[in-house]
Design a protein around this ligand. Sequence first.
Ligand SMILES: [Zn+2]
Length: 477
Amino acid sequence: MKFLSITTAIIAACLVAPAIAQEGAVPGGTSSASSYSCDPNTCKLPNCLCASTSPPGGLQPKDTPQFVVVTFDDSVQAKLLETANDMLNVKYVSMEYTDFSLVQQWYANGHEVADHTFTHVGSPSAQEIAAAKSMLHEYGGIPYGKLKGFRAPFLNYTAETLSNIQQQGFQYDTSSTATVDDCFWPYTLDNGMANDCWTGICAAGKVKLPGVWELPMYAVMDNANTPQLMDVYLAGSVADVTTWSNNNFQRHYTGNRQPFGIYVHPTHLTNYPGTPDASALKKGVVDLIQSLAGKPDVWFVTNQQLLQWMQNPVPNSQLASQPYMQCNLPNTGKEICNGLENITISADGVASGSLLQNCNFNTTNWHTCYNCPSAAPTLETPVPSALLQSNDPNYRKPVPDNCDSIWWDPIAGQCLCTNSTCAYKDTAVPTANNKTNGTSGNGTSPDGKPNSAANAMVPVYGVLITSIVAGLTGLLL
Ligand SMILES: [Zn+2]
């Protein structure tokens, strides 16, 4: 099949943010009391926002857009991407089992890619987070500055995880759970965590990360009042899940319009030989998305779009005209390897395209518009040296910091953007020193490596973070 460019019929905005996966019901029920306190007189937008169930900027709920985010967790593979494209929108990527040409395709079509670690482990080390970010940049061509989000595998985040993502320059985490009492709008962690307090994360002084946003994952309360978070469709019949989802959406929509989320692992909604038919589940999710999209004032957005709005809230009537809500695909004038070229998917799910490089290792095989590494990436060396020398005619020129990869021709080494509307300057690029010093920049990481860049704005070294992926195995856990 051909990979069609996505853009969604369903959503007003085309970008989606990556999200990370987690499984099913979450513990805790409602959160225990927190010691959270925040003074809105000193904590002000655009860089600080207190946790609140009320819309930001003093907006009345009736004037507030009802945002919906759809996120897909785990690895990016052809069949899974097909499923995701059918539903749309956000992906969190872990590196194992991921095909980077598909990551680039997802990004080029206006979706968001976020970091979900390298090997999909709980309580990930700084190195796990950084390695994924590096690979997403190196092989998926995604500018560092567009890799802004993180979700912890199994939603198993800690105060240290949050500290790590701050040190690595991430703008937001979206691993925590919001139920009813703690159903807050996204907020900054200047004054700590305010939701998911049953874990003890809200204790005074536990987390204090100025400027880092927390985008809670909004739970669907089932008919036993148990919060369901990821893959809600696995928790009951299609009819029951549809009812729960609609009831919880209405709680937001007719209340204070906190964002609503649909968080899925595409693997559960994809048909494979020998596994139960997932068509009915997928139809249930697609029908839900379409019914929500048909309501007034409902906007499907990426996490990055949501945060742009959070930083400068405008009434519903002004949202469509905001620059970050436009969905313009680049017109480069020629076919380049920027994620928008035709990619063919074989019957067994292998991607190929005339401009793609095929990176083949004993244990893994994937494609990229950039250079294949000389060895399979590992956690320790996520971005090995390139297989080809820079004077080889097939060598691909890496994305520079002054061109977004949707405009970058890696074969000619040329930026095809020629005017200010498409110009891009990536200010989140790790320094060369950081790239080679071999540490992840986290002084408290379990690997015991020294903290080399505690205050770096950008991930020190790897940094590949985002994207949709998560290991297929991770999905099935
Ligand atoms: Zn996952």
